[in-house]
Design a protein around this ligand. Structure first.
Ligand code: CS2
Length: 474
């Protein structure tokens, strides 16, 4: 890429920037956002054998807002990835998005999911958007699932969805099921579905949401999905905060181009995967991805140590007046709570090779990066789902080992204290959360714990413990 510090920044697209030709769209993504662009697209670009003739392109669909897809389309899919280290930035043009679509463009999604050339569907739609019940079970009673089931049933006949009159499904799983039915009808063979959301057992979550819905519409379609579609488990990691406006000017100054939608991310990245790819995949291992036989220990290490302490800081840090992760980890009180939480979690991360001390050291460096403004308010969203996977399992494991699990309980208590007095909350289950949070004082603590875990809410000593910690945090 040419750089220019003196002249006016130039428009940014395939006719102005020196990039390799666009590859074929053999990968499809749902949930086009900063994380997808900092992670899966980086790995794909860095796994190409011949950088001048890339083989694997992405057709990426936004989850909700159309703005990003439209901006990317106007730049021919190109964008600048800014790797922001503690001292300096690295700029790289990412070439892999060959189609960017707003969520509404379901007909293109279905066409691509049915195409034999499509080998992999990756997903980042947030933890809550799988709409599953207890134990990640498919749950037709969830309102979003029930609505999609009605839409799908109304339009399904002889193995085909005729959706024009019945409207289109709204959930990720609803949209994917239509595409898979079409893939089956066209005999296009299997493909891999790779959830890149921060869920424990995200393969099971994606399977239960998608296969569960397919089977509820039509048992034969459900059986086809079971046989042909592989659900891959992943642990994904790269801290990618929302892009601040100032980054556009940084990119223009440093590269000489007016990129409207750059992404800022940290230098660190990791991708661990377990599962089959029936229609092939990029050689992501060439970019450092690890394919393992048992992903669970890796998944827990990341969800508990990184995401768990993130959620703890999101609530406790904001209560102590901090706005970013770097500020919170720089506060000796928050830092001590994080370390105590890591000590508890580490008791249950004993698989050889996990290198917990090194992992913790690296996390401290990553969290302290003063040039990454990772807002605690962003991490605080969807707490009712995130804490179920990040803090509840550590508390339960500690209690089973006969210890109180104070630091894990404190993460939950911090959420309760943070919710106190709020009449609005950014959470996919906000109604449930607010209803519990607005209960009279003597019922409130138990009701909020019940939103996270019915079993814990029945334990008197847990309710007392969390109540005491809430009072300390206030
Ligand atoms: C964060 C994650 O917003 C959150 O909940 O904990 O997005 C975190 O930054 C990523 O998982 C890092 O890989």
């Amino acid at each position: 890429m040419t750089t220019s510090n003196t002249t006016e920044p130039r428009p940014f697209n395939r006719s102005t920037v020196d990039v390799p030709p666009a590859p074929q769209p053999r990968l499809v993504h749902i949930g086009l956002g900063a994380f997808h662009r900092a992670h899966q697209l980086w790995y794909t670009q860095h796994s190409e054998d011949d950088a001048a003739h890339p083989q694997w392109g992405y057709a990426s669909f936004s989850g909700r807002s159309a703005d990003l897809a439209n901006a990317l389309q106007s730049q021919d899919g190109l964008y600048t990835l800014v790797e922001r280290g503690p001292d300096s930035d690295e700029y790289e043009v990412i070439n892999g998005i060959v189609e960017a679509h707003p969520a509404e463009n379901v007909s293109r999604l279905w066409e691509l999911l049915a195409a034999p050339s499509t080998a992999v569907l990756t997903i980042t739609v947030t933890e809550a958007a799988y709409n599953l019940g207890e134990g990640l079970a498919f749950d037709a009673a969830q309102s979003a699932v029930a609505a999609d089931l009605e839409t799908l049933n109304a339009s399904f006949a002889d193995g085909v969805f005729g959706l024009s009159e019945a409207g289109v499904p709204a959930t990720m799983a609803g949209k994917v099921v239509v595409g898979l039915a079409e893939r089956r009808r066209q005999n296009a063979g299997g493909l891999a579905v790779v959830s890149c959301d921060n869920l424990s057992a995200n393969d099971v979550a994606a399977h239960n949401a998608i296969q569960g819905l397919a089977a509820a519409v039509d048992p034969e379609l459900g059986a086809w999905v079971e046989e042909n579609v592989s659900f891959v488990a992943t642990s994904i990691d790269r801290i990618t905060p929302r892009t601040e406006d100032s980054v556009l000017a940084d990119v223009a100054r440093e590269t000489g181009y007016t990129d409207q939608v750059p992404v800022v991310t940290e230098p660190f990245r990791s991708w661990v995967l377990q599962g089959e790819f029936p229609a092939g995949r990029p050689d992501w291992e060439k970019a450092g991805a690890e394919f393992v036989a048992d992903i669970e220990p890796f998944e827990r290490r990341k969800l508990w140590l990184l995401n768990g302490s993130h959620s703890l800081m999101a609530y406790a840090g904001q209560l102590r007046g901090h706005a970013t992760v770097a500020e919170a980890i720089g506060d000796p009180v928050c830092r001590a709570w994080v370390e105590e939480f890591w000590d508890e979690a580490a008791q249950h991360l004993t698989t050889p090779g996990l290198d917990i001390p090194d992992y913790r050291d690296a996390l401290l460096d990553r969290f302290s990066n003063p040039r990454i403004a990772h807002n605690l308010a962003q991490i605080a969203m969807d707490g009712s789902t995130k804490l179920q996977m990040r803090a509840v399992p550590v508390l339960k494991a500690e209690r089973e080992a006969g210890r109180p699990g104070t630091a894990a309980a404190r993460a939950i208590a911090a959420w309760l204290a943070y919710l106190d007095g709020r009449t609005e909350v950014s959470d996919a289950r906000s109604e449930l959360v607010l209803e519990a949070s607005q209960k009279p004082a003597d019922e409130r603590v138990r009701a909020l714990i019940a939103v996270l875990d019915a079993e814990l809410a029945q334990q008197e000593d847990v309710v007392d413990q969390i109540n005491g910690l809430v009072n300390e945090l206030r």
